[in-house]
Design a protein around this ligand. Structure first.
Ligand code: PPE
Length: 305
């Protein structure tokens, strides 16, 4: 359950949590045509709070809107500041930020016409996405029977609300069969991403991740690639198959919500020794140091609250 906070930002102002309601004719509710972001704010080692790569998330929100052809009625700076304002209004030292741009009521039908474009920002405390245990011991995943979007069926670089029906189908299937998360293959059969995460494998100390062609350009993915490169770990962005994933020494997911989550099993096959591997552990540990302000080198990624 999402823990109730004091305030939600809606269309330019902070309103009471319980007042943040929309009409049943809200266009996005019917057709999924809207865009959103997921951002985390961390409490740093010195007690201060900082939002991780806020500018990059806001830029991606505007790119998603551009791709969808939605004009956001606020500036990037306005939404950037509003995210921080909402965290402050809720006294949240650490939490998740969910800006969502949606089409309000007016006409129905798949042409939204001149229906108003609305923006809301919700913040709440969100611990480990897949559980604390998952961060330590890793998770069990299943190759989904649902294929990830084709690049010309959905716009895969945009966080469009409706894109996530595919994720919900895959996730429910995986969880329903006793796994923690789904891995989806692309329309050519190569590994693409999780329902809400990017995927990495490690083989002989080298890091490999899916190229950006048909996946979300994950900000955590980008951070891990940079951290790995700076740590002397060789990285490649290259297509790989499910059998290469089965035979990897290590595998892990990255995402704002999922952070760096080790994968210990795929389709009932242990990955490596079935425990969090050394490369994953190292990258995960640096990542958590970075987001909590313990690495000066990556300070530019932190936006003080
Ligand atoms: N792929 C998908 C499909 C995706 O949704 C996410 C984020 C990522 C990759 C990783 O991107 P990034 O967060 O920039 O590293 N998924 C968001 C939504 C999760 C949810 O269940 O809601 C998130 O992690 O916030």
């Amino acid at each position: 359950m999402v823990e109730k906070m004091e305030k939600i930002w809606m269309d330019g102002e902070l309103i009471d949590w319980d007042e943040a309601k929309v009409h049943i004719l809200t266009h996005t509710f019917h057709y999924g045509f809207g865009v959103f972001e997921g951002i985390r704010c961390y409490q740093c080692h010195d007690g201060s709070s900082a939002v991780f790569r806020l500018g990059d998330h806001i830029e991606r929100l505007f790119h998603s809107a551009l791709i969808a052809g939605i004009e956001i009625p606020f500036s990037e700076e306005g939404i950037f500041e509003a995210c921080k304002e909402t965290l402050r209004a809720n006294d949240l030292a650490e939490g998740y930020i969910r800006p969502i741009v949606f089409v309000g009521e007016g006409v129905m039908g798949v042409h939204p016409g001149d229906n108003p474009i609305r923006v809301s920002i919700i913040t709440w405390p969100w611990g480990a996405y897949l559980g604390e245990e998952a961060l330590k011991k890793g998770i069990r995943v299943k190759i989904s029977s649902f294929t990830r979007h084709h690049v010309n069926v959905m716009m895969t670089k945009a966080k469009i609300c409706g894109n996530y029906v595919n994720s919900v189908l895959a996730k429910r299937e995986a969880v329903g069969r006793g796994y923690d998360e789904a891995v989806m293959l692309d329309t050519e059969g190569y590994v693409s991403e999780g329902s809400g995460e990017n995927l990495f494998i490690v083989r002989k100390g080298r890091l490999k991740t899916t190229p950006l062609t048909s996946i979300l350009d994950g900000i955590t993915r980008d951070s891990v690639l940079r951290i790995a490169g700076d740590s002397g770990i060789e990285t490649t962005e290259e297509k790989f198959t499910r059998d290469e994933l089965y035979a990897a020494d290590e595998a892990f997911f990255t995402g704002t919500a999922a952070e760096v989550t080790p994968i210990r099993e795929v389709d009932d096959r242990a990955i490596g020794d079935g425990v969090t591997g050394p490369v994953t552990r190292k990258l995960q540990s640096i990542f958590f140091d970075v987001v909590r302000g313990r690495k000066k080198k990556y300070e530019e990624w932190l936006d003080p609250l």
